[in-house]
Design a protein around this ligand. Structure first.
Ligand code: NAD
Ligand code: MG
Length: 401
């Protein structure tokens, strides 16, 4: 990963932001951080998928120059919602609209907080346009990590991790020489079913799976945490962000979510980054880097913290972890197939069309049956994504229960 310039993108002036996915969990928490530092940010662009009512409220408060709605069908609704509030705001729609918002000349920092594959192209375009991207959207790296690496090599674009584990690794690596890393340990809460018997996974309900013990997040990543696909995606994210081999990335279940991740060095030393599980902290750091800005986020209470537990994950119980390792080993379009199959399986689970255990089943089948292309272009990735989506949409599930 190339490190951003020590003075930030915009020198001493405010950071001019485009927030992609402003209405989601990371997006709204990014705006919470902006509220804490009104003089340090100027919000130029906000985008959402469909939640035009919340976007309109955000426009009223932050007065961006431009908004974009991912779903073209919602463009008119957004226009109506904004007519009395911000008649001059530029309204864009669809993927092109998101890309235009992400590459505006008046924007220097893009927050990538869209969920899923839909975030890939706007992030690639932002990097190619030389923007600094604070990236939460891990699916971008899972699917298009090689293209992101290429864009970083060929442009002035910079990438900073927002995902808490990757922010932790990034912080542990600061000041360390190249090639001094032995391996990294990604911590995982283990999700709501860490201690639940695998034999009962067939009966898991949507509301049980949405009930994450430590983090409050969007629906898709919450289900990914319950299946542990989230950690699988994060392994791939770490590989691309920090140029690691797969055998340099370990996962440890750490139920308290206090140690956000660790780096072990070649001399036997280990650095960890700790804190209360609160996404506002890594979001803020990705925006303040290299500075740290004083903020009233919750502090760790050492008196309350009686123990920190760690255990190896059970990949028989959580096959998504194994599938992610396998897809990354295969490379080419395999991670795109893994990701798209998972996105659709999660949607179908949330719609109560399939069971919880059908999620890894669907992903495994997609990976087994869809041919993988090596060294894919963006068009190849889009095609693989579409094929895997269709495959899982048409899969006659529940397969077995
Ligand atoms: P979310 O579902 O709460 O929000 C997603 C945002 O993207 C919303 O603004 C939504 O309107 C927009 N969106 C959805 N589909 C879109 C589309 N097709 N086109 C354009 N916009 C679209 O999700 P989230 O929990 O905020 O997660 C966002 C990303 O950050 C994910 O990739 C997730 O894995 C990652 N992440 C989230 C957290 C967290 O605490 N929520 C932590 C680490 C990483
Ligand atoms: Mg994470």
């Amino acid at each position: 990963m190339n490190t951003p310039p020590q003075n930030g993108r915009s020198g001493t002036g405010p950071r001019n932001l485009a927030i992609l996915g402003a209405t989601g969990s990371v997006g709204t928490q990014t705006l919470d951080v902006v509220r804490l530092f009104p003089d340090r940010f100027d919000v130029k662009a906000l985008t959402c998928g469909r939640n035009v009512d919340l976007l309109a409220e955000q426009v009223r408060e932050f007065q961006p120059e431009c908004v974009a709605v991912g779903a073209p069908s919602q463009a008119q609704a957004l226009e109506r919602a904004l007519s009395g509030i911000a008649p001059d705001v530029r309204i864009l729609a669809g993927e092109e609209g998101l890309c235009a918002a992400a590459t505006r000349a008046d924007v220097d920092v893009v927050v990538g907080a869209v969920v899923g594959f839909a975030g890939l192209r706007p992030v690639l375009d932002a990097l190619k346009a030389g923007k600094q991207v604070a990236l939460a959207n891990k699916e971008t790296l899972v699917v298009g990590g090689a293209l992101v690496a290429e864009a970083l090599d060929q442009s002035e674009g910079r990438l900073l991790p927002v995902d808490s584990e990757h922010s932790a690794i990034f912080q542990c690596l600061l000041g360390e020489p190249d090639r001094s890393v032995e391996d990294v340990v990604l911590t995982a809460s283990g999700g709501p079913f860490r201690d639940r018997a695998a034999e009962t996974f067939g009966e898991v309900t949507v509301s049980e799976a949405l009930d994450h013990p430590n983090w409050s997040m969007g629906a898709k990543i919450t289900i990914d945490s319950a299946t542990m696909m989230n950690k699988g995606l994060e392994i791939i994210e770490a590989k691309w962000l920090f140029d690691l081999t797969l055998d340099q990335i370990q996962v440890l279940v750490h139920p308290q979510s206090i140690v956000h991740s660790m780096v072990a060095f070649t001399d036997g030393a280990v650095k960890a980054q700790l804190g209360v599980p609160d996404m506002k902290v890594p979001i803020q750091y990705a925006l303040s880097f290299p500075a740290r800005w004083e903020a009233p986020h919750e502090r760790l209470d050492w008196g309350e913290l009686s123990r920190l537990d760690f255990a190896r994950p059970d990949t028989d119980k959580f096959p998504c972890l194994r599938l992610a390792y396998e897809a990354m080993e295969t490379t080419g379009t395999a991670p795109a197939i893994l990701n798209a199959a998972n996105e659709v399986a999660v949607e179908r689970f949330l719609d109560e069309q399939i069971g919880f255990t059908d999620i890894p089943r669907a992903v495994e089948r997609a990976l087994a049956q869809i041919p993988v292309r090596p060294e894919p272009t963006l068009d190849d990735l889009v095609a693989a994504d579409e094929e895997a989506r269709r495959f899982v949409e048409e899969l006659p599930l529940p397969a077995s229960n």
